[in-house]
Write a protein that binds this ligand. Structure first.
Ligand code: FAD
Length: 403
């Protein structure tokens, strides 16, 4: 009987397993996971679950009945430590050896902590999984003040959640603007404004941070040469480290993440990778987003079964902060000097559209405008030539601009 081994049990792994069964794969599926909770999505961890508006169970991708029907052989909690490509087997920390016909690496990424010693400070935490969320939620029950190191999406979402709970919040960002790796300077400024309006103190250019634990477990954040303040807890939201080590040690082609083609196949024809750990086959770097993990995994699972399915989705991710649902479509490329159109329909609904020299949409940041995102996806897919004047006119119904 054919056997597929999946390493990881997050968003990508869950969708891969579900797809394998939906496509009629009758062989054995073995899943290795170093986490207890399996097949769950992470976005609510910094939003509704952290604020206790949703339960941990709501994270599950599938019902217990669906998971039973997948008929998976579980290896958890266990860690895949090595891939022996010559013998087509995966070696686990427990000593188990799992032979495979096809292997999917869906190991995702981990929270990055820029200074190793910070990991030893009691009230300094990160947010990647359910346990991290439980720990942070516990700290927030009593904390009055919180420092967030990193002004990226996760850091800002935690800032919003903590402010809504009435905490005193400071965000320390290394770069000169917020979310600088994924959005334009104008959007960074918008983000800064909404957080400052809510009372969060944003410290940009915080390049020299030191954390000092006090006897009462509060943490002093020295932001040299600017400030020194004490906080009840510190969250490090300083990006992610791609969990690519299995690919590296197995000698697969690896860059930022594991290199895959549009079918999710690595440089070894029997090994696939999907989700945060795999590069985007068109863009050439890792896209760490929910939709990417799901759709790249679905395509890889079908391709594993011989139904060659291309994955080349336009990057899309969202973030929820206060009353704002922010969706990002496409990528911002400063070097191509894009033309900016701002479309503001109401104080709470606005969009930043970046067009190339032919007036084709390259990147959209839509605030509280999900309908526009749907339409814009088709504009990008079809390279639709747009009229900047019409886009900027809030009275004009953009739905008339057919892709
Ligand atoms: C707090 C938070 C909020 C987010 N919010 C958003 C959002 O609003 N919008 C959005 O688009 N994206 C968001 N993301 C990103 C999104 O959740 C990830 O892109 C997605 O989870 C990636 O899925 P994955 O399956 O590739 O990896 P993961 O979900 O990380 O799953 C990988 C699993 O593999 C396990 N593993 C790793 N190595 C091994 C090994 N050697 N052996 C066994 N198991 C292993 C890991 O422990 C993990 O359980 C958020 C992420 C976080 C952490």
């Amino acid at each position: 009987m054919e056997r597929i081994v999946v390493v990881g049990a997050g968003q990508a792994a869950g969708w891969a397993v579900s797809t394998l069964r939906q496509e009629g794969f009758q062989g054995e599926i073995h899943v290795v996971s170093n986490e207890h909770q399996i097949f769950y999505e992470r976005p609510p961890l910094s939003k509704q679950v952290l604020s206790k508006e949703a339960s941990y169970d709501s994270l599950n991708l599938f019902s217990p009945e669906q998971i039973d029907a997948f008929s998976v052989q579980w290896h958890k909690p266990d860690l895949a430590t090595q891939i022996d490509r010559d013998h087509k087997q995966v070696i686990l920390e427990s000593g188990k050896i799992l032979p495979y016909d096809k292997l999917l690496i869906a190991t995702g990424s981990r929270a990055r902590v820029p200074v190793n010693t910070w990991k030893n400070i009691s009230n300094v935490v990160t947010l990647r999984d359910v346990q991290d969320c439980e720990r942070l939620a516990n700290l927030l029950e009593t904390a009055k003040s919180i420092a967030i190191i990193g002004g990226g999406w996760i850091g800002l979402e935690i800032a919003a959640t903590a402010r809504k709970q009435g905490k005193q919040v400071h965000v320390f960002e290394y770069a000169e603007r917020l979310c600088g790796r994924s959005v334009s300077p104008e959007v960074s400024e918008f983000l800064k404004e909404i957080h400052e309006q809510q009372g969060t103190k944003v410290h940009l250019n915080s390049k020299n941070l030191h954390l000092i634990e006090s006897l009462d477990q509060t943490v002093q954040v020295l932001n040299h040469p600017e400030t020194a303040e004490t906080f009840d807890c510190v969250v490090v939201g300083a990006g992610a480290e791609i969990a690519k080590e299995l690919g590296v040690s197995a000698g697969l082609a690896v860059k930022d993440g594991i290199v895959v083609n549009c079918y999710g196949q690595t440089s070894d024809v029997d090994i696939y990778a999907a989700g945060d750990v795999a590069i985007h086959p068109v863009l050439g770097y890792c896209i760490q987003s929910w939709a990417n993990a799901q759709n790249q995994a679905i395509a890889a699972a079908k391709s594993m079964l011989g139904v060659a399915t291309e994955y080349s989705d336009i990057p899309w991710l969202w973030s929820d902060q206060y009353q704002f649902n922010i969706q990002i479509l496409g990528t911002y490329q400063a070097q191509s000097n894009p033309k900016l159109i701002i479309r503001q329909s109401s104080p709470a609904q606005l969009s930043y559209l970046y067009l190339d020299e032919h007036n084709r949409l390259m990147n959209l940041i839509a605030v509280n405008d999900a309908k526009l995102v749907k339409l814009a996806k088709r504009w990008i897919q079809n390279s639709t030539i747009l009229d900047p004047k019409l886009l900027a006119d809030p009275e004009f119904n953009v739905m008339k601009l057919k892709p």
